[in-house]
Each structure stands twice: as structure tokens, then as C-alpha cells.
Design a binder for this molecule. Sequence first.
Ligand SMILES: [Zn+2]
Length: 576
Amino acid sequence: MLWTLPERGSKIAARFFCLELAVKRLLACVLISSVGCACLAADQGAIAPVFDPQRISAEVKTLSSDEFEGRGPATPGETKTVAYVSGQMKAAGLQPGGDLKDEKRSWTQSVPLVRTQFVGEQKFSLTVGGKVQDLKQGEEITVRATIGESGSVSLANVPLVFCGYGVKAPERNWDDFKDTGLRGKIMIVLINDPDFETGAGDFGGKAMTYYGRWTYKYEEAARRGAAGILIVHETAPAAYGWATVKNSGTGAMFDIERANPASAHTKIEAWIQRDVTVDLFERAGLDFEALKKQAQTREFKPVVLNGATFTADLKVESSAIVSHNIVGRVEGSKRPDETVVYTAHWDHLGVGAADAKGDKIYNGAVDNATGTAALIELGRAFAHGPRPERSIVFLNVTAEEKGLLGSQYYASHPLYPLAKTVANINVDSLDPGGLARNFSQSGSANSGLLELLVSYAKAGGLEFLPDPHPESGGFFRSDHFSFASHGVPALSFESGNDLVEGGKQAGEAKHKEYGKTRYHQPADEWQADWTFAGMAHDLPILYKVGSDLANSKQWPNWSADSEFRAARDATADQRK
Ligand SMILES: [Zn+2]
């Protein structure tokens, strides 16, 4: 999973929608038993496959062993991972579902990536009323290495424009830009969405919509042809401190290879400290807090910072890398061109800075050897179970930790058309321990897919706990988001926090301990006392959701107010 994990806290009241037909059918069939039920989906659901915790444990142990070197993309760790996972998929009975070579599918999809890093020193400054203020990289400002071609970037005295939250959301009748030309200018924007501070409004209140995410703001700046964008860092709406911004923003950057990088990235993609911004506004004769209040209303219009400009001088070096998604498949018997996709990322952080014990290998046992093992075992269940009517793809993606790149590449170069992709179910960092009484999903996006999962989970004894911290944008931090942003109904399943042994107290303590001592650290290692009983219990539920979808003609969709709905509806004519 990308960046910091949201901490789990108090339960937020669930907002359930009425159960759909599929659920009623399922419940009826559970009562009637599998014999004599006319509903194929439920027939299959009734024969729940058994997931072997020892096999899951062995797979997690292998994938997270030191031999795999932390599974860094385009390293010897990738070669080992690709060989192991494709071997396991084959042994599990799956067919290769990757790139076509000589009219035959291979086990992988090539993912061309670009790696960019700074060369030498970077210089940034603000000028107000003729007075120059230098900004120190990583301290007052964090500019990431410009994604694109190698070379120098020089910007001299570029005008600054405050654009509020930098949001244009037609379905919410919201436009911070009001036709203001921003070509060649530097945008200053606030993090999160316009109703975060007030807690109620058009953007789900405290919950973060995609408009609140920094990646959206970078993309919007590129769409407007701006020279750059500075996001004002404020800890509460960002959900992380400056250290996180600094640590993840100053190293090498990765992106998928693009024909025209400038269409996706401006030259300056940066965060700026709040204090520096307040001071800058003051010197330009503006009141930051007052403008921020205005930005929380529809009437807001961009404000030029009179007499204030931005200057930058930097040099970057880019190189091309090829990594791989690993793809297994079960072909559908009746509608093979319609696909249900399960995803999990195989990559982790590779070899990096040593921890206190001198360990440099970031093994990524929980993150995400657990999800990769789950994907292999879901594949085994489908390969050995009744053949589904629609196809099922098991997509083990690369470079999630570098910005969801393997899944982004798949979504923009799909091996199977997205318009006919029924749904995406993602697993990232599952709990390798014992049974829980509940489960959650990352973020608060609502869809028919979630309703289906909630109902099957209930039948399987798991209560639904909505993401207790949707404001931290968990929805946008794993691979299902790459499908969602292209309109495909998608979710990421999260293990529960109410443990059968020890309840919520134990579950939360465990989660906290993981976040503090293991998450994205060399200590995320396989442990002998992990039972994997929780995963063995929960995976049949994910199997049933996929099986139900693959044996029906359902096309679940996003809720009416979802920012992903329009992208899905645009291809509705292809789903009959
Ligand atoms: Zn991670």
C-alpha cells in the first residue's frame, strides 16, 4: 500500500443501500441448500472452496524471503518473483493471460516505466515586490523530479495564481477556475476537497473524493497547461506530516512511459509549507485564511498574487525500465469476452536504507506477499471449481509502491477491454493472523460491487466496518483505484479489526503496532506464529463475489453521486 496507513478508530455509522436481487437469491439458496436451486451463482457459492492456510503461509514465506530481495521492480528480485508467481499460477491450474506473443498468451504483460531523478543542486525562489526569498528543497518546498525527458528546467519569474482547491467537478456543479487562463503560470492550491474543513457539503464532508487527492491536482494543472503547481501542505487535510511529503518527494520518481509526458505532468510538481504560503500571501497583500474560506464556496474565483513570482533551476536525468505484471486467467464458458479482475501488487520497496538492526531488505511480507498469495489461491479455487460463464483474470501488478504504475499501465493498455470488465476486486496487505468478526474497504466509494461484497460477507459472518478514516484517501492508495478512475467498479478488501481473540482492542493494537514497527520497514517479515486463519476464512467470500458476477449478467455500477460514474456510463452501450 502506498504511503501511510490510515489508523483505525471509532466505527462510523454504516449507510446501507437496499440489497439487490443477487443477494436475495443467495440468501434464498443458502436456506434451501444447493440442491434444487435454480440459481447457478448461488449453486456455486454454496460449494465454497477451501483455502489452505498452510499453503498461503508457505507462499508468503517464499515471496518475502531475503532471496527475493524485497521484490523491487526491474531488479533480480523481480525475475525471481515473476518465475515463482507464474509457476504457482500454472501449478494452480490457471492459463497464461498476459501479452500475446505469436498468437499465444504469455504469463506477463510488459510495463515500460520511466525513472527520473535530479542531478546536482536544485534552486527555487519566490520574488515579491522585487525581494527574493530562496526556498530550500525538502524544507520550505518539496519539488519532485520533473517527469519527462532528461535535461534542464529553468523558469524565471513565473506569475503565481491561487486557485482554491483546484477542482473542476461538473457533476457537483463546482468550478474553481471560472475560465481563468493558467497556461505558463504556477498554480497554488489547497489539499483535500472544498468541504473537508466544514465537514459537510458537496464532496462527502470529511471523506476525501478524488478531487482532494494530490495526484488529481497535479493532473488538473497539466490539463490546464500550467508551468507548475504548488500544493499548500496542511497536516490535517493532507492526513500526513511534512516528513512524509519530503521523504516520498525528493528521491527518484517513476511513471509509466507516455507518448507525451507534458499532457500528464507540469514541469514543477511541488508541495509548499503552510507558513511560507501565509507569509507569501501577506507580502502580496492577501489574507490566506480569508481566501481559504472563500475557496470553500462555489463563488470562489482564482486570485493572482500581484507582484509575486516563482523561479526554478534544476536538472533531471531520465532512464527507461521495463517491469512486468503477472497475469493468470480462467476463460469463461459462455461470455469469455466479459471479465472479472482480481488484483494484488507483487512489488515492494526492494533493498534500501538499513534499519537499527542493520537489515536492508524490505521483505514486504504483509505488504503485499499476503495479497499475492491470496491471488494465487483465488486462482486455484476458480481453476478447480465449476467453470465460470465469464472470464476471470488474476492480475499481479508491479510498481504499486511507486504510484500504482503497473495497474495504471494495465488500465490504459488493457489486455481485456475495460468496457466489458465487470468489476475489480483488489487485495493489499491482508492480516496474516487469526479470525476477525468484521471487514472493511479502503475509502468510502460506493458501488453495487460493495453492496454485493457486504451481503456475501454478512452471510459469511463478517460485519461491514466502513473505512473509519475516509478523509485520509485510502481509496486512492491501492490498485483498484486505477480501475475506478477508468470507470470500472472496484474495491479493495481490508481485513477486519474486531478479532475473535481479543476483540477490537487487540485488533487495533495489532494494527497500530504494524504501522509503527513494520509498515514499509525491513521488519515486515514472515513470522512463524502467523496462522493465516483469517485469510482462509475471508477469501471464500471474495471468491463468491467473483463467482456470482462471473455466472450472471450483472453489471454493477457506481452510486449516482460517484465521481467515477460518468466514466462508466460513457461505455454503457458496449454492455448489453
Ligand atoms: Zn506498501
